[in-house]
Write a protein that binds this ligand. Sequence first.
Ligand SMILES: [Zn+2]
Length: 215
Amino acid sequence: MIVNIGKAAENDMVIGNSSVSRTHARLCSEGSSGWILEDLNSTNGTFVNDVQILKKNIIASDRIRFGNSDTYSLKELLHANNDYSEEFGKLKEIYKTYTEAKVKIQSSNQLKTRLFQSLPFALPGVIGVTIGFLGKGSPEMFGISLFITILAPTIGIYLGAKQASKVPLQLQILADNFKINYVCPKCGAFLGEIPWESLVNKKQCPACKAKWAKE
Ligand SMILES: [Zn+2]
């Protein structure tokens, strides 16, 4: 990423100050080594923390000035022209992770709920046949068999309902985290359950007008 700074309109960061040259300075990202600010042979110089520089690594706390301009932080320069496209790009992964986790919770739960609810119905049949075979029709064995036949589905339905009720909680936690993370990088407004691809097509935040995509 490169941010061109100067008085001319074609710069990324346009500073309308008479002491600023048309093409004054350039901010470049050098891979993982951070940001480098370079003076482009300006008339009145580029200053970092009031010290004139030609080329320097910039950190978040640095105060940057061009000629006699106002001072700017790294963040302000990176968001020149209200450009938040880099931060907005990271939301793509957040949306994808959220939707995948949601589907996973729902489908794994459906399976468990069905299992709890259907197994007990098969069980009494097996037990009934076994007891019937062993007990040769004795009244006690018939009683036990009848008891299990009634009890097992009841437990199954109870466990199934319990499992089903776990889902809203898991989904709630997921949705709460999503609401914190899936927000406009500038104003922090929650973007709703709208796919990232649809949002990036809007190009900018309807609330704060931050640019979500480069033109
Ligand atoms: Zn916004």
